[in-house]
Design a protein around this ligand. Structure first.
Ligand code: SF4
Ligand code: SF4
Length: 210
């Protein structure tokens, strides 16, 4: 399950962004409620936030979005501006499939999150399945993030940071106008053209930078 965080609030990063706390509260409330409902149906259900299992790979497999260069889930609706929770259950359900909205090929030409990461914890290079730090889950082709560098920056900053959400081209305001712009951009990105993607990054940098 993915829960949107407030666009204007995230714009304050790297200052404190309370919508992150609110997101954690909403995701917990929803996961516990869904689990309780499932239990009332007579099945087992375990609600979880960031604990017990990695949320992003599960969300990718569930078709909620794709993995971005920033190491976050990029959803078609809100980009990486979401928090995730999940419920393990034996309730028989129809499963969704992973989606391909062109994120991986777009991230190959866009390096905005890497450029704007104050800790330089995000890769500027190509995807790899190799281990980067002791926190890397190797064996999956991705841009491994350096969480040790990230958390050190948080300590120095005195609060967390959401720059890799704030600057992402997929993070746009939740308004009618931006929905339309975003929809057009998603269509263009789905063509997976390097030149077109470069142009979109340029447009995002120069005209639509939020
Ligand atoms: S949270 Fe901030 S420091 Fe950490 S990876 Fe994202 S941009 Fe970099
Ligand atoms: S900022 Fe660019 S490179 Fe980073 S995750 Fe978003 S789209 Fe991908």
């Amino acid at each position: 399950m993915a829960f949107e965080m407030d666009f204007e609030d995230i714009r304050r990063s790297p200052a404190t962004t309370p919508s992150v706390d609110l997101g954690y509260s909403r995701q917990s409330f929803a996961a516990v409620s869904v689990a309780e409902f499932i239990r009332h149906l007579g099945y087992h259900a375990i609600p979880m936030g960031n604990d017990t299992a990695l949320s992003i790979p599960l969300a990718v497999n569930a078709g909620l979005g794709e993995l971005g260069r920033n190491g976050l889930l990029i959803t078609p609706q809100f980009g990486p501006r979401v928090r995730l929770s999940k419920v393990f259950t034996d309730l028989p359900l129809e499963t969704d499939k992973p989606i391909d909205i062109g994120v991986q090929s777009f991230c190959e030409v866009c390096r905005k999150c890497a450029k704007h990461c104050p800790a330089q914890a995000i890769s500027h290079g190509d995807r790899t399945a190799n281990k980067l730090t002791r926190s890397t889950n190797p064996g999956v082709l991705k841009w491994p993030v350096n969480p040790e560098k990230c958390i050190k920056w948080w300590m120095k900053n005195g609060t967390w940071c959401a720059n890799c959400i704030r600057v992402c081209c997929y993070n746009k305001p939740n308004t009618r106008f931006w929905h339309l712009m975003h929809k057009i951009a998603l269509r263009l990105v789905s063509r997976k053209s390097k030149m077109l993607n470069k142009l979109l990054v340029w447009i995002d940098d120069n005209l639509m930078n939020c």
